[in-house]
Design a binder for this molecule. Structure first.
Ligand SMILES: C[S@@+](CC[C@H](N)C(=O)[O-])C[C@H]1O[C@@H](n2cnc3c(N)ncnc32)[C@H](O)[C@@H]1O
Length: 381
């Protein structure tokens, strides 16, 4: 009985597969709203894809839900196109990015004024005792820079200024001079001491003042920020998908769940997470969602709620990566389709858009994980 059902789903699945539009393969970095570039995020969706999905599967005024929101790409594209957004994620880093992008200060002047005020308050704080900072964090910074960074984030946290906090996290580590750390990679924090030895590049190991770097970052964030018709018209929940209460009724869901076994959000964001909360502990659920059974439980709990709260004729777009090391070798999206068939019978699969992710979009080049993405388009009937 079970295999017959799987077979039916697979047949339907292959009937409906279409390729991604050509422009999804092009870079959108120079054209997208600059708020998308506040701070890097592994597994981030391309904003041009999010923009098309929002435009195609919703209309102005609609409420769009993204329960695995990550850095808030879908939410920001929703607001830019006059929709409302409801986002949620288990990560504390995602919470800061979503609130920063979806409730950004209305103008550059406003953002700079707030930054000056926050910087001046942080200068008044006593210097932190760096002996209490773990060595793995200290190794990234000049001691003076680290003291400024800790004091600044203390004030951001006190007033819950997530926009400034996100700008700070966006300049935390990189090899370029506009960043706060010693030379290191940008997405995942690794020191580049071999490429830039201290004796040959002493200037890269000097004190880096926070203020000019932060103000330049804010200017960059506003370089291409159009008026956002729905700015602030959003809600973000910092919680797991299992404990999430979705809005009672919504028009569209667009989401990309974590790739099973593929990305470790806590390890890869460890330096940013330390500044957010030095005691941040890896949520158990986030660890186990990488296993098949936990993924199934999380997705089942989500689609059950979607089944009852998505409006009739509303769309549900689930973006899934390829499952690795699976036997038999099936795409993770077949597994998701079966969960939907079991727990959300009102959702009918309309179409599958298949994207072979080019190397340039992967977080690690040598990485053997996700190679194909499927956009599963369901409609509530
Ligand atoms: C592929 S990423 C989403 C990326 C996002 N679309 C973007 O553009 O930034 C998947 C997200 O799922 C979140 N996540 C993992 N387990 C979760 C859970 N149990 N409940 C809610 N969110 C979870 C991760 O923190 C991560 O941000």
């Amino acid at each position: 009985m079970k295999s017959a059902k799987v077979k039916t789903n697979m047949q339907q699945f292959y009937k409906n597969v279409v390729s991604v539009p050509d422009h999804w393969k092009e870079s959108c970095v120079g054209a997208e709203c600059s708020l998308h570039q506040l701070s890097p995020y592994i597994g981030k969706l391309k904003s041009s894809i999010a923009r098309d999905l929002v435009a195609t599967y919703s209309k102005p005024g609609d409420l769009i839900v993204d329960p695995f929101s990550g850095s808030g790409t879908v939410g920001l594209e929703a607001l830019l196109q006059g929709r409302r957004a409801f986002t949620a994620d288990i990560s504390a880093y995602a919470k800061i990015l979503c609130e920063a992008k979806l409730k950004s200060p209305p103008s550059l002047e406003c953002a700079l004024e707030k930054a000056e005020d926050t910087l001046s308050q942080s200068h008044k704080l006593p210097n932190p005792d760096l002996r209490k900072v773990p060595a793995w964090v200290r190794q990234f910074f000049h001691s003076q820079t680290l003291k400024e960074a800790i004091k600044f984030t203390t004030v951001c946290k006190k007033y819950e200024n997530n926009f400034l906090f996100a700008c700070f996290l966006g300049i935390l580590h990189h090899q370029r001079p506009g960043f706060l750390s010693y030379p290191s990679s940008h997405l995942v924090p690794y020191l580049r001491e071999k490429k830039y030895p201290r004796d040959q590049f002493p200037e890269l190991y000097q004190y880096r003042e926070l203020r000019p770097r932060l103000l330049s970052k804010i200017q960059r964030a506003y370089a291409r920020r159009p008026q956002i018709p729905m700015n602030g018209n959003s809600v973000h929940k910092y919680c797991s998908v299992k404990s999430l209460n979705l809005p009672g009724s919504f028009d569209c869901l667009i989401t990309s769940p974590p790739y099973m076994n593929a990305l470790d959000y806590n390890r890869d964001n460890r330096l940013r997470l330390w500044f957010i909360n030095p005691n941040y502990s890896v949520a158990r659920e986030d660890k186990v969602i990488q296993k098949q059974e936990a993924f199934k439980i999380a997705m089942a709990s989500l689609v059950k709620k979607v089944n009852s709260s998505l409006k009739t004729n509303g769309y549900c777009v689930i973006i899934v990566g390829e499952r690795i090391a699976s036997r038999p070798k099936t795409h993770l999206s077949h597994f998701v389709c079966n969960i939907v068939a079991d727990y959300a019978p009102s959702l009918k699969l309309l179409e599958v858009i298949e994207d072979h992710i080019p190397d340039i979009r992967r977080s690690r080049r040598d990485y053997r994980g996700t190679k194909t993405e499927h956009f599963l388009i369901f409609q509530k009937v």
